[in-house]
Design a protein around this ligand. Sequence first.
Ligand SMILES: [Fe+2]
Ligand SMILES: [Fe+2]
Length: 181
Amino acid sequence: MVEMVNEAKDVNSDQQAIAAVEHHHGQMLTRLNHLTRALVDAVESGKKSAEHDAHELLVEWCENDLIPHALAEESALYERARSRPEANLLVEGMLAEHRVITDTLEELRGAQGIRAAALATAIERLFAQHLDKENKLLLPFFVSQPDLSLVEAVEGLHEIVGEAHPHGGEHLHTTTETRLA
Ligand SMILES: [Fe+2]
Ligand SMILES: [Fe+2]
């Protein structure tokens, strides 16, 4: 195979892109920790209306932030990485984790009391471990590939890099029509 195209990618911008994704992951986890804590506390206190509100806030955040984040990753990052044999199994594993998180969210939707607190805690732990894998394994894999550009992959995707991404500019809107399940 003749491989002539090797436009030396800008490793620095890819490092910046990693920093942006890690930062956004950190923000998401902080928010999830907070919302989960609020639900667990409400359940412990036995105050039904506080539990109802905390449950609603948590499920809403998952629907508006967590799920769109996972869908955007699947089409922007996982798709590109899984074409490489070295990353194929990793991506399969990451996709399976997205599914477990989504299924647990589905269960949480209809759960109450101690069961809801347990499911929320499960989502929180699963997500923390999952994003750590993304930060430590998947993103560095992108940077290590001369012909994969992380900065290009996440350009304009606020679901992945948050609102304050390094390039500011164009706000390409992703249609998240991809299905998770
Ligand atoms: Fe993910
Ligand atoms: Fe992520």
